[in-house]
Design a protein around this ligand. Structure first.
Ligand code: MN3
Length: 259
């Protein structure tokens, strides 16, 4: 596995060693490795840009949705998208920035060392929340603009190879996503040692994925992601998610992960 390198997003206010530590804390907590964000190429550029790092202020900014709030109707309703993006995702970004600032204080001695456990969790949880939601928005598109259907090309081939068929992959992904106990995520990932695709899930915003996985596609199964339209019917929501998957984006992520 290639040694991870710090992405530009962490390079402004903290030195490289600290950046690596901070990135490791976020990505280990999120279950997303630094390899997912730090590999060279278009994917790293896309994701670093999508994460909204502002070198001038040394903070993250909430990136806008890549489509209108109502663009995923009727599968995901506009009110949910407003609350999810403008309140929930914004909250992760705000608390991530606060954690990074407080950790600066921890290192300089202005914040009590007893805060280390709390702040480390804040960094992991909110960093994971920011990364996960960023990938979630990018993994969807309106049906009128490429959302839904099935993958093609090398990704379709890999899905058939590793899951038996697209339908078997879809069933597995839905089972993994709907079986999260409480809040969490379903993921399609690339496993770079075996160079195969895997489906897994994570709880809350972190954990559950083993080191080295490159996330390709995630579905948010926190109740805030679907309750207004689907109430307790999580599987209906995840089934509907398949109508708005941006397979072109997932294919690009896969090709970058393959190197
Ligand atoms: Mn969410």
């Amino acid at each position: 596995m290639p040694a991870p390198t710090a992405p530009s997003t962490f390079g402004h206010t903290i030195d490289r060693r600290t950046a690596l530590t901070a990135l490791g804390a976020i990505t280990a907590g999120a279950g997303l490795t630094s390899a997912a964000l730090a590999q060279p190429g278009k994917r790293a550029d896309r994701i670093n840009k999508a994460l909204g790092w502002d070198p001038a202020s040394g903070t993250y900014t909430l990136p806008p949705l890549p489509y209108a709030y109502d663009a995923l109707e009727p599968h995901i309703d506009a009110q949910t998208m407003h609350i999810h993006h403008d309140k929930h995702h914004a909250g992760y970004v705000r608390k991530l920035n606060a954690a990074l600032k407080a950790l600066d204080g921890l290192r300089s001695g202005s914040v009590d060392a007893g805060q280390a456990d709390h702040l480390s969790h804040e960094l992991s949880f909110n960093g994971g929340g920011h990364i996960n939601h960023t990938l979630f928005w990018l993994g969807m598109a309106p049906p009128s603009n490429g959302g839904g259907g099935a993958p093609s090309g090398s990704l379709a081939h890999a899905i058939t190879r590793d899951f038996g068929s697209f339908d078997r992959f879809k069933s597995h992904f839905i089972m993994a996503s709907t079986s999260v106990k409480g809040s969490g995520w379903g993921w399609l990932c690339f496993e770079p040692v075996s160079r195969r695709l895997i489906v897994t899930h994570m709880h809350n915003q972190e954990g559950g994925l083993f080191a080295g996985l490159v996330p390709l596609l995630g579905v948010d199964v926190w109740e805030h992601a679907y309750y207004l339209r689907y109430q307790n019917r999580r599987s209906d929501y995840v089934n509907a998610f398949f109508n708005v998957i941006n397979w072109g984006h997932v294919q690009a992520m896969y090709e970058d992960a393959m190197g």
